[in-house]
Design a protein around this ligand. Sequence first.
Ligand code: TXA
Ligand code: MG
Length: 329
Amino acid sequence: MTPTQTLPATPQGLALAAHLLRAGQQVAIPTETVYGLAADACNDRAVAGIFAAKNRPAFNPLIVHVSDVATARKIAVMTPEAEALAAQFWPGPLTLVLPIQPDAGLSALVTAGLGSVAVRVPAHPVAHALLAQFGGPLAAPSANPSGQISPTRSEHVLAGLSGRIAAVIAAGPCTVGVESTIVEMTGPARLLRPGGIAIEAIESCLGHALLTAAPLEDAATARPTAPGQLASHYAPGAAVRLEAQARQGADDIWLGFGTECAGADLNLSPTGDLVEAAANLFDMLHQADALAQRNNTGTLGQIVVAPIPEIGLGRAINDRLRRAAAPRG
Ligand code: TXA
Ligand code: MG
């Protein structure tokens, strides 16, 4: 297995990354949400390499990243509501699922053969510069082994995928820290995954409420449309218990939120700021997991997490925490 190169976020580093992507390789790239595992969205073998590196169930379609809304229009049919959301939230952590343009030229693996495509214009300057240099759409799920915690630092990427991908562009921590909000617009606008743009902001732009995805138990098919619909996801090695006001056992790692958590091992935001908590979420889950494995009694501690309010980015945070705490498949 060839070692994974760590590339700097310099013009030379980006030129090499673009070269590797053109050659059909997989390169982990920073975005404002999480690090993505990018490959040429028009190249079947390159996209297949993403699934192989992540060991990802192949029924999940991938998000296509483009440099601007004009490029998005070439691969997806932008409805008037989609244009309104794009004008307000792109570049940024919003993904729109739209009807695919017949001549989009995307690998069928990207869409899993669906008639729709998920598109977003990332706001991270390095992602943007790389898209401009590469000159085409890049498919990119989060750069972690399937089912595990998403990476918000290049070190997380290497911990999960070293030796399985050609390179990672190291550009420091991601500022948003949770994945994009996904809204399906092939019919009435429907929330598929809460994420980095608050649902309230999207509803206020549209002037009406979003429908929500049918809960898993109601779904007619077992096939999830978004990874957030897989019950167990974002899972640390240690067990996770939510809504905890304190440690329950001496080995527990307490992940706090707000001012009432004196003595917590880690605190998502000591001031109770949900934006800061989202930015810290995956990094602190990685840290808590490492601490839970390192206790000296030989038993694995569990990670206990303080309650998080269900408003704004709190909805994305709670969504990820519920998946992390779900029974493992
Ligand atoms: O913030 C993000 O969105 C990150 C960064 C790297 O951009 N990417 C990300 O990608 O979270 P991923 O693949 O982990 O999640 C995208 C999900 C897919 O798993 C899929 O279920 C859903 O978006 N999706 C993609 N295409 C779809 C489609 N045509 N219809 C419904 N859902 C779709
Ligand atoms: Mg993911």
